[in-house]
Design a protein around this ligand. Structure first.
Ligand code: PGA
Length: 256
């Protein structure tokens, strides 16, 4: 069984001091929790400090975005060479990047390729809008987007996929466990078609208004291996609780 993964996407929140304090509080809260890969994704400016704050623990660090070239005249951008060595993961294709910064599947694909080339583990986000869901196009949109973002990725080692319905992100209206499971199963089928047995090693996460109250509903699903958490990851106790619940559900599943 793939190791479950819970990632906290802090988005454009936390000053440097707040980020360090949050990372330390999460580290304390999770000191005895095992069996879940936990990734903290602070803003770029806090990556190095958060990496220091979690050093020596099982916590991992990720960036929220990345440019697709190593270097050059791209004012304000952060490259894969700057991130490798600093963090282990990078969130790519988040719907906020797509919506506010015009990122397309093609651009996300270039980023995924570069991340992998530099030994960074992409947490690739895909998801449909409310309109697409209402039109009955959710499955087609998600599978097409996934395949487009993975073009040229021959081996899926290190990859994680987050199914994040756009309508559930930051809205307080999560998908139901059943909706999330159906889409996670679809993601898994697409991955299995593409990568065969190796696909089983890819964690498939659900993201969109995950809180301690609804975590179980998602992580009990057979095709969901964890969560990408936004708002609730800014509170150390809420985030730690999401991780604990994931660990509990998974260890029960492992015994059963
Ligand atoms: P949310 O964000 O948990 O605040 O809905 C999830 C995400 O953007 O990954």
């Amino acid at each position: 069984m793939v190791t479950p993964l819970v990632a906290g996407n802090w988005k454009m929140h936390t000053t440097l001091a707040e980020a360090v304090a949050l990372a330390r509080a999460i580290r304390r809260a999770l000191a005895r929790v095992q069996g879940v890969e936990v990734v903290l994704c602070p803003p770029f400016v806090s990556l190095a400090a958060v990496a220091r704050a979690v050093r020596g623990s099982a916590l991992r660090v990720g960036a929220q975005n990345m440019h697709h070239q190593e270097k050059g005249a791209f004012t304000g951008e952060i490259s894969p060479t700057m991130l490798s060595g600093l963090c282990q993961y990078v969130i790519l294709g988040h719907s906020e990047r797509r919506r506010h910064f015009g990122e397309t599947d093609d651009l996300v694909n270039r980023k995924v390729l570069k991340a992998v080339e530099h030994g960074l583990r992409p947490i690739l986000c895909v998801g449909e809008s409310l309109e697409e869901r209402q039109q009955g196009r959710a499955e087609g949109v998600v599978s097409q987007s996934l395949l487009a973002c993975l073009k040229g990725i021959g081996a899926p080692g290190g990859l994680a996929i987050a199914y994040e319905p756009v309508w559930a992100i930051g809205t307080g209206v999560p998908a139901t466990g059943e909706q999330a499971q159906l889409m996670a199963a679809l993601v898994r089928r697409v991955l299995a078609d593409r990568y065969g047995r190796e696909a089983a090693q890819i964690p498939v996460l659900y993201g969109g208004s995950v809180t301690p109250t609804n975590t179980q509903e998602f992580v009990v699903q057979p095709d969901i291996d964890g969560a990408l958490v936004g708002g609730a990851s800014l509170d150390a106790e809420s985030f730690a609780q999401i991780v604990r619940l994931t660990a509990q559900v998974r260890s029960r599943a492992g015994e059963g």
